[in-house]
Design a protein around this ligand. Sequence first.
Ligand code: NAD
Length: 496
Amino acid sequence: MNTNPRLDWAFDWLKGEKRLYIGGEWVQASQRATFVSTNPANQNSLATLSEASRSDIDSAVSQARSAFRGSWPKQDRRERARILRKIGELVRTHKEELATLEALDNGKTYREALYDDLPDSADVFDYYAGWTDKLYGESCPVEDGFVNFTQHEPLGVCALIVPWNFPLLLAAWKIAPALAMGNTVVIKPSPFTSLSLVRLAQLIDGSKLLPPGVFNLVLGGVEAGEALSSHPDIDKISFTGSTAIGAQIVQASGRSNLKSVSLELGGKAPNIIFDDVKDLPAVIDRSFNLMFSQKGEKCTEPTRFFLHEKIYDQFSAGLIEKAKAAICGDPFDPVTTQGAQCHKAHFEKILAYIEIGKKEGAQLLVGGNRDSASGNEKGFFVRPTIFGNVQNKMQIARDEIFGPVLCLLKFSDEEQVIAEANDTPYGLAAGVYSDDAKRAMRVAQKLDAGMVFVNHYGCYHFSSPFGGIKQSGWGHEMARHSLESYTRLKSIWVKY
Ligand code: NAD
């Protein structure tokens, strides 16, 4: 049952072609090319959108370059902060609309969109507003007779490319620090989930807060992405997406102008639970939610649970019970706990991995199929799936599935479990649970991951760097680390 009062607004808003936002104007793609966005919960068409060609990308970059030569990078820092806060306020004021578009386009539940995605999508603008005048340079201790100091300068034109799992949130994580440092941006969402960013661009446009060309939105997929990553007049690409495309972006940068690249890529996170954990039900509860919320489409989700052999049966029984109780269905129905996978090819990929798991000899404990509830026939719904007795060398334990598919692995020895947890090409996140503080810290130190969660998987804060190592990425979002990636460091020498 749909109870969302914004749905009527959304269906009205979806009418008419959604265009590119370039140089402060709404423009059709130069070839009049379009693509259609589809609701993954029922495969109904949602909206027609302009599809940017290379010449549209050229035009967006040219507008961003002109704006960078204009007043924006020299803007009074307090004024820039005020503008960022106002953008955050726009997101906050329109959060129900934006969450509705996100749920329609991505398939996540409206509740997840409203309570997980939207608050931080607004607050990150406040956080970086506070940084516009706080990224200090250094005074360097050089020889007598000289003064040497460093300063952070804006980089220039930044292309921001984001995936479909948190369309608005991941974009806001990039837009806010890039603008805070005085850059101009060209942002490209995933073709599967462009709507919330079109709405954000409308809000920014209507507010007249930014000079034309400071914020540009281009729509499309591979062609638009390649045109950005190989463009000779872009200074930086900030990319969030798959490891495979991240590697292509690095190559395109090398072939074009060696633009700076930062990458937030895939993951296959381990979550290690020792047998000394006293409050096992609480850990089961949080672990299940972290794994299966947002239908498992999270880069940091703990997809490999390493369970000590003494608690393996109790822990897996608790997870299975929760998986059986999950309700897949209409993202706007308040009883739904799990929405639809974002698009058809992805849905089919998840089902194919489930078949691989069965063939590899993993024990299917629960799920393993599309949801068959009445009304879900046309939607991309996958039952929460748990495989037991998984071996770390199996493909389901090595590849990023990016869906509601969990692998349970049994262990008995601390060194062995650390070695297995680290035996993956990825290094985004990892978790360890133990009531023995020394052991928990010892293991945390040895885990190869950009983020390690001890006794509470999945903590995030703007003040803490977010990023992966190994094939999970280069650089960090959040905190001052993100700002550094949107600036260039200059060392100035003065003889006196
Ligand atoms: P994807 O790599 O297929 O696409 C990401 C973006 O890149 C999209 O906007 C897409 O249109 C664009 N793109 C496609 N081909 C391109 C090319 N050749 N050049 C430039 N851009 C191109 O990823 P996806 O399927 O949209 O998202 C899922 C992936 O994102 C998963 O691997 C997930 O782990 C990762 N992810 C990582 C993080 C993180 O912070 N580490 C966060 C969210 C998602």
